[in-house]
Design a protein around this ligand. Structure first.
Ligand code: NDP
Length: 294
């Protein structure tokens, strides 16, 4: 059925819409398999390609993708920030964060950049926590993922966002960009030695790269005594069960893994490209399948 649609597109047109995922390194990124499952769930004949693009070739690659009339795609490290200069329009979140992970070609051929990482995270958190309004959220890290998440928390009017990063200047610069956007209070705390999570925090987000591909590594934090329930989220999705989440669960926290964020940001990208919501369960199953291959 699906292959007939592809054949029909090839012989009678219009040609199948093309999508890309660019980054370096890109081998090991399971997005293509997840997005193909999303397309299949919609019976959509889009074709998705994973391409390794070196930092020095980003400009050429972007002009090439435009000329080949790619309908959109995903951008991953190290291009999320530099790609902005090759786009025609940006979402509010992308402008705030200064990074794009999802590009959609508009009807007039222009490229629109958005950042679905933070939105994907927020959807995963809201599923369990209900709301972030008036909640105090501690973010560990101040890189791309932390920036995307904290921007969405500010746009969703969280009570307070506390940025904690090994390099404090980076946290201060992010806090400066996010202050005054909404009623959310944005503050910075130093991270020297072991960081003890504030007892009145209701959410903590592990948004550093510590633990990625390393089940035995964890950021230097202590959960301490708590006044309330604490949702502990990790952006790292490989391994799914990180040491941070295990420690959080041992301390009585409610754990939220990084796979929900990964599926949600991908589903939001697919919606931006097709106008339809793909089957997120099928996307999650595709990821499980990809990780089994490792
Ligand atoms: P960046 O390189 O932009 O930022 C890395 C962050 O980790 C910085 O804050 C850095 O601190 C911190 N860090 C690195 N090493 C240490 C350490 N030893 N101790 C304390 N802090 C440390 O990366 P990204 O923000 O783009 O990615 C972070 C993670 O998020 C990755 O694991 C990535 O796979 C994951 N991710 C998950 C997504 C999902 O859908 N689940 C989506 C996007 C990303 P400093 O500033 O001091 O260097």
């Amino acid at each position: 059925m699906k292959s007939n649609a592809k054949l029909h597109a090839l012989m009678k047109g219009p040609l199948s819409p093309l999508y890309f995922c660019i980054g370096d390194p890109i081998v090991g990124n399971p997005t293509e398999h997840m997005v193909e499952a999303a397309f299949a769930s919609l019976d959509y004949n889009g074709r998705y390609l994973t391409c390794n693009v070196n930092a020095g070739d980003l400009g050429g690659a972007m002009w090439g993708l435009r000329s080949l009339q790619f309908a959109g795609g995903n951008v991953t490290a190290p291009h999320k920030m530099r790609v902005l200069e090759y786009l025609d329009e940006l979402s509010e979140a992308a402008m705030l964060i200064g990074a794009v992970n999802c590009i959609t070609r508009r009807k007039d051929g222009t490229y629109y950049g958005d950042n679905t990482d933070g939105k994907g995270f927020l959807e995963a958190l809201l599923e369990k926590a209900g709301s972030v309004e008036n909640k105090k959220v501690v973010i560990l890290g101040s890189g791309g993922a932390a920036g995307a998440i904290s921007a969405e928390l500010v746009l969703a009017k969280a009570g307070e966002v506390v940025l904690v990063n090994r390099t404090q200047e980076r946290a201060l610069s992010l806090a400066k960009r996010l202050t005054g956007i909404s009623s959310t209070k944005v503050s910075v705390q130093p991270w020297q030695g072991t960081y003890e999570i504030d007892s009145d925090a209701e959410v903590v987000v592990q948004a550093t790269s510590v633990g990625l591909f390393s089940p035995s590594r964890c950021v230097d934090v202590q959960f301490g005594k708590r006044n309330n329930a604490l949702f502990a989220c990790d952006v790292v999705f490989n391994p799914v069960q990180t040491l941070f989440l295990k420690r959080a669960q041992d301390a009585g926290c409610i754990a939220i893994d990084g796979l929900g964020m990964l599926v949600n940001q991908g589903a939001l990208a697919v919606r931006s490209w097709t106008g339809e919501d793909p089957d997120r369960l099928a996307m999650r199953e595709a990821l499980d399948e990809a990780f089994l291959c490792e």
